[in-house]
Design a protein. Sequence first.
Length: 287
Amino acid sequence: MIDPRTRTGILDLVQNQGLGSYKPLGQHFLVNLAMIQRITDLLPERSREVVEIGPGPGGLTLTLLEQDWRVVAIELDRRWARFLSQTWGEQFDRRLTVVEADALALDWADLPQQYGLTAPLTFIGNLPYYITGPLLAKFAGDGVPWHTAVVTVQKEVADRLTTEPGSRQSNALGVILRYNAKIEREFTISQSHFYPVPEVDSTVIKLTHGKDLPVGFAEFHWVVHSGFTHRRKMLRQALAQGEKSPYTAEQWESLMLGVGLIPTARAENLTIEEWVVLARLLPGQTR
């Protein structure tokens, strides 16, 4: 049986079976067993059930199955979905469910009922480069019953996500995820451990679900998104230009001064605590 966790195994699949990465999906497959095992070791023991996003040839999948995990693998590429079903699906009967679908389009809240999983869910995946942001955004808020997510992303993405809000490198997604998640940088993987070799290194990060911030998610998301959409502008102006903003720039300035915030600050300057204070200025929120 071909082992997709080795460069030899991947080359065999590509050269002899006509399989390979599909460039529009941003696929780069990890071919280092030691690194794969380090990734799976980060998963909590809890229910021994995991949802894998973008398994490709199944390097992570195979390792999880060998460790007695039950895996629901969501794969968009029909070639890899078929390969997984015909190999590990048959070898590890009843512990691998292959879902041929777009992970972005699926309603993750329905996964427990659809596939008999125990909520809250555990996720794992080497995220396709082109859709990393939208995929991670699905963990924000209260729409998905999840507990832990261990994902591999581009190092530059990890740098921004793990930067504490209030510093220049922070971004909207990193702030929004902190509404109910702890973000930890685990380790970096050299580009040489992937096939095909990408242009940059990757980093494994771990998200752990925590307590929601003391403000509504919709309001928190609105102020953060509005602030970073116009990140070069002062917050009083950026918020006034937000979609359906309830206040003018002058009104935002007055409200911000009233709660000790600096209207001329920019989105990158605010801490999580200050974003919460800002969100509470929206109509209907308790200040």
